[in-house]
Write a protein that binds this ligand. Structure first.
Ligand code: ADP
Ligand code: MG
Ligand code: MG
Ligand code: MG
Ligand code: MG
Ligand code: MG
Length: 654
């Protein structure tokens, strides 16, 4: 999230008449960007991560763990009073959707391979924020999902229902969980209004011996008509029912952004990473419970996808829940409304092409496009784009802008990117192709160049784990860019979408087979286990990407395992990063989702009813906090990481 625009956000009905204006000018802004920046060359491999934290409060007398939603002024303090400290530590804090959330990034991007510094910087971020929050009795946890979000008493504010939650109209989440900046409640309300119903999230409930037939937290209320009538129709037996944007955008993830040397390499990198996304989603699974229930899935992705799904019933090809109340048909401003198969938060839709390995047949999924945008992008006089790139952007431009600020309606397209970013930044896909700005001319190296963002991964409790996954992807990216004439990672898009489905399954790393290339020098895919995808000599990630780039650096002669005996402590640490990724992907160590699920189901007070009680939640999050701070007093660090990694970690941290 960049700087938040200030101004007056328009409600949906005021904003809607400007939809076409935003799209048309957004396209012009994009064309000016391309005209300015298409010729950039030799941009260095700068990169950076984003980590999202949740502010949690423990009450050790009541035995409760809750989200702190009234201390968001800390973020302002970090950005103003502590600016000097943050600059000195090279850390930067950003607002996120939840009032209980903080996002942190390095203030300046990393330069190339900087293994140890990545984790050091993550640790500085945690330290700076913890010092602030600790003084208020708040702990900062990097949890993928707060497992009792939406249950009674899940925040530290007593009277949360004293005002009605008119933005979300949720039965469970008060509007006080939403960031105070007007953009966020407006985003929430506008998604709901455009859809013509509250958002609807049904997550399969884990089925245990005494699990109830349906989510018994669904209740009757009469604050809002028709929204309060929806739940009995929207909730499905056997599923956990959630009804608000916050359930999704209140989840945390680990994102990475990489700069490529040229636009063509950025396109190539994007395409090569497409099928890594579902694999790394499954590999980093950390979300076993939602709204106080154990889920029969391990990741957050489809929860966010549904939580921001602004499509009308017509666009989704379903009947409205309450036909007599739903006028969402009228929400499309297009003469002929389109059917739209996927939420604006979903897997990548189209390869960008532009290299010798690409063939249009790989874009084999059903992806609607904005025909007018496609025409304009290809035939304009500023910078006519090739068909494949134009198709990508014209797909993003099927969406309506969700929040428009009154003061920003009219812009100078030669210098502003606001309308483009309005559409671009609300297409939340597994990867994002990030164009620079109009200032990014080839000679202006102070402006960032063409970047690719890797967005599927779940966040982890410790800096060590987050640094491990960040460095793992970094090495893959470096390898892809270095051997770009040799690596062909095109998998039919429809197979990538199937992988995305599979990645949600409980213990997918152990139980599922995913589509993966059978060779990176020829066409063709097979369905493989995680052990094969990570280790097969011919097509495994470790031999084909990690060992290859490590050999190229002359850090090893044949395998990453040699790093263990390196004389360079940074390389030894890299060994343990890679070992963690390896051990989790092959079932030697549990995923975070598996570990937390085990914790719940083996807790003495668990009743085999899939319920995550306040008591279990408290004890589990206390445990999570000990793991976060590498406190092994109850052997939890050793159980979580296995004895070899744990003893290395404990030794190196002391
Ligand atoms: P967003 O929320 O839009 O993805 P953020 O600003 O939160 O963007 O995060 C962007 C990440 O990209 C940060 O980690 C930042 O350090 C990194 N970054 C900044 N400049 C560059 C660059 N030129 N190339 C690659 N990464 C960069
Ligand atoms: Mg961000
Ligand atoms: Mg963002
Ligand atoms: Mg306060
Ligand atoms: Mg974020
Ligand atoms: Mg991001």
């Amino acid at each position: 999230m960049g700087l938040l625009s200030l101004g007056t956000p328009l409600q949906w009905y005021e904003s809607r008449p400007h939809n076409e204006h935003v799209r048309q000018n957004g396209i012009q802004q994009l064309l000016y960007i391309f005209r300015a920046a298409h010729g950039r060359k030799d941009d260095p491999l700068l990169w950076g991560d984003e980590i999202e934290y949740m502010a949690c409060k423990f009450d050790d007398r009541q035995n409760t763990a809750v989200l702190a939603i009234d201390d968001d002024d800390v973020l302002t303090e970090l950005n103003i009073e502590d600016k000097g400290l943050c600059d000195a530590q090279n850390v930067s804090f950003h607002p996120e959707y939840g009032r209980f959330m903080i996002e942190a990034t390095p203030a300046r991007p990393f330069t190339g391979v900087d293994l140890q510094y990545v984790e050091e910087n993550m640790a500085s971020r945690r330290e700076v924020a913890e010092r602030k929050l600790g003084a208020r009795g708040i702990e900062l946890l990097s949890l993928a999902v707060f497992p009792r979000m939406g249950c009674e008493g899940f925040t530290d504010v007593r009277q949360v229902w004293s005002s009605h939650n008119s933005a979300s109209r949720s039965l469970y989440l008060p509007d006080q969980v939403i960031n105070r900046h007007a953009r966020f409640p407006t985003l929430t309300a506008n998604i709901r209004t455009r859809r013509g119903e509250k958002v609807c999230i049904n997550v399969p409930m884990f089925q245990d011996e005494h699990t109830p037939k349906s989510d018994d937290t669904v209740y009757q209320r009469d604050w809002f008509t028709p929204e309060d009538l929806e739940a009995p129709l929207a909730a499905k037996p056997g599923f956990i029912y959630m009804d608000s944007m916050g359930f999704g955008m209140g989840c945390s993830c680990l994102q990475l952004t990489f700069q490529a040397p040229t636009i063509d390499k950025a396109r190539y990198l994007y395409d090569a990473l497409v099928n890594f996304a579902p694999i790394l989603l499954a590999a980093t699974a950390a979300s076993p419970a939602f709204k106080g229930w154990l889920a029969d899935q391990d990741v957050r992705w489809n929860v966010i996808s549904s939580a921001v799904d602004d499509r009308t019933p017509y666009e989704r090809s379903v009947a409205p829940l309450l036909p007599e109340h739903n006028n969402a048909h009228g929400h499309s401003t297009k003469p002929i409304p389109q059917r739209i198969p996927k939420s604006r938060y979903s897997a990548v839709d189209l390869y960008l092409g532009g290299n010798a390995f690409f063939d249009r047949k790989f874009n084999d999924a059903d992806v609607p496009i904005n025909e007018g945008a496609l025409q304009e992008l290809q035939t304009n006089s500023l910078f006519p784009m090739d068909y494949d790139l134009a198709r990508h952007f014209s797909h993003l431009f099927i969406r309506d802008p969700l929040v428009l600020f009154q003061e920003l309606i009219d812009q100078d397209n030669k210098h502003s990117t606001d309308h483009f970013e309005n559409i671009q930044s609300t297409n939340w896909q597994t990867l994002r192709f990030k164009p620079p700005t109009q200032a990014a001319t080839p000679d202006n190296k102070t402006a960032p160049g063409w970047r690719v963002e890797f967005r599927p991964m779940e966040i982890h409790l410790t800096d060590f784990e987050n640094a491990a996954y960040a460095n793992f992807i970094y090495l893959i990216v470096e390898c892809i860019l270095k051997f770009s004439n040799e690596i062909d990672n095109y998998v039919p898009m429809s197979q990538v979408w199937q992988n995305m489905e599979l990645a949600h399954h409980r213990d997918a790393v152990l139980r599922e087979r995913f589509y993966w290339k059978s060779s990176f020098t020829a066409e063709g895919t097979g369905k493989y286990t995680f052990a094969e995808i990570f280790h097969h000599p011919a097509f495994g990630i470790f031999p084909q990407f990690i060992d290859r780039i490590l050999k190229d650096k002359k850090w090893v002669s044949s395998s990453w395992t040699e790093l263990k005996n390196s004389s360079d402590p940074a390389q030894v640490r890299l060994f343990y990063y890679l070992k963690l990724v390896h051990d989790r992907a092959t079932g030697v160590l549990p995923t975070t989702a598996n570990f937390l699920r085990e914790y719940i189901t083996t807790h003495p007070s668990y009743k085999k009813d899939s319920r995550l009680t306040a008591e279990i939640n408290y004890e589990m999050l206390k445990m999570a906090s000990r793991v976060t701070h590498l406190d092994d007093s109850k052997d939890e660090v050793s159980n979580f990481f296995g004895s070899e990694i744990a003893s290395y970690l404990l030794k190196s941290s002391s």
